[in-house]
Design a protein around this ligand. Structure first.
Ligand SMILES: [Zn+2]
Length: 386
């Protein structure tokens, strides 16, 4: 009798508990931290900044992830950008997506030539032409022409390795180390311009979009960002192909955008930096990764202080993610991350952390390192005075 009463009470207790348990959609969860920790506003960086990763223009049309030839779409006007740059000590913005041909010339006229020293433009490969005979030489010639017209580097989008196929949008994927691009990499060395490479993507983008994926919400919001399945190579295969390019073109200076696409595994990035003296990295849109491993990141910045470039991946208008929204707020987050030892703060100006539900810790870098990261390393690669 006694034990039956006991069992009934236990059941009643369980029912009451389940009545109190409220379901909450993960997308509605916006926890506010109760930590009482220091908040250091860094309105002005310790040194002038070269933002080596921005997008001030883009191709007006793309087919299956392959930018089409022709006109550029401008995402901003210098008169809108300059006040933010002046307010945040951003001396120069590097517009990586300058295109080629007429579009490139328009970009250089609109930004670089109209405001000397404040904007630099990179050219891009003619991917839409890449599967045609004679491409390799045409591409090398186009680099020489772009350099003459004022381009300061070459930007390679993840088109290479993930979108470009033998028949443009069908057929086998063209590999990152395909030899038809060899004359292009060599032309960059000959004309002394660096190559900014966006190959691959975050490691989690190559895994199933399931409950174990740490970027589930982001991939769920952007299913087209997933490279899981189909005939996609793995992240490791793409990065190995990139490494073969670095090895084959030792005179070409490469900048691995987004911390060389291995910010989740700094030992992997370090191994590439150790092996290839012509490799450098840029931090745009990866302070979320760097800042959640502040001790490893601090060691990384100390050791590779001559090889790391400041960049934000800022996009002023058009298609942008929360961690790319150009403005004073974006720069202040980067300055706080690099300069302070603040704890547990947002890595993007957004209510919900867009790349994953965590917060970051500042690195508190010393002055000498800050100077190199903010402008010294970029100035050297872009052959400017720092
Ligand atoms: Zn970018």
């Amino acid at each position: 009798m006694h034990s039956r009463r006991h069992a009934l009470l236990a059941l009643a207790g369980a029912a009451a508990a389940s009545a109190q348990k409220k379901p909450l959609d993960i997308t509605e969860f916006e926890p506010r931290s109760m930590l009482a920790v220091k908040e250091t506003g860094v309105a002005w960086p310790r040194f002038p900044v070269i933002d080596s990763h921005t997008h001030l223009s883009c191709s007006a049309k793309s087919v299956g992830g392959v930018p089409a030839a022709g006109a550029r779409r401008f995402l901003s006007h210098p008169t809108e950008l300059l006040p933010v740059m002046d307010a945040k000590n951003v001396r120069t913005m590097v517009n990586l997506t300058g295109g080629y041909g007429e579009g490139l010339a328009e970009c250089i006229a609109r930004y670089d030539n109209a405001h000397r020293g404040r904007f630099l433009t990179f050219t891009e490969p003619m991917f839409a032409d890449a599967v045609q005979p004679g491409y390799a030489q045409r591409q090398a010639d186009a680099i020489a022409d772009a350099r003459r017209k004022g381009a300061r580097g070459l930007k390679v989008l993840k088109t290479l390795g993930l979108f470009l196929r033998e028949n443009l949008s069908t057929g086998a994927l063209v590999k990152v180390d395909d030899t038809r691009f060899d004359p292009m990499w060599e032309a960059c060395a000959a004309h002394r311009i660096p190559v900014a490479m966006h190959v691959s993507d975050p490691a989690a983008f190559f895994l199933p979009t399931d409950k174990y994926n740490e970027r589930f919400e982001e991939l769920n919001n952007h299913p087209d960002w997933s490279f899981h399945g189909r005939d996609y190579p793995s992240n490791a295969e793409i990065l190995a192909a990139r490494d073969r390019v670095l090895a084959r073109h030792p005179k070409t200076q490469f900048i691995g955008l987004h911390v060389g696409h291995s910010a989740e595994n700094l030992d992997h990035v370090a191994a590439a930096l150790d092996r290839y003296p012509n490799f450098h990295v840029e931090i745009g849109a990866r302070i979320g990764e760097l800042g959640r491993q502040p001790r490893a990141s601090r060691r990384f910045f100390d050791k590779y202080q001559d090889r790391i470039l400041f960049g934000t991946d800022a996009v002023p208008h058009g298609v942008q993610t929360p961690q790319q929204i150009f403005g004073t707020k974006l720069y202040e987050i980067y300055f706080r991350f690099l300069e302070t030892e603040d704890e547990y703060f947002d890595y993007a100006p957004a209510a919900v952390p867009p790349q994953g539900r965590w917060r970051i810790y500042g690195l508190g870098l010393p002055e000498a390192v800050l100077q190199k990261v903010y402008n010294g390393n970029a100035a050297r690669l872009l052959t400017l005075q720092s």
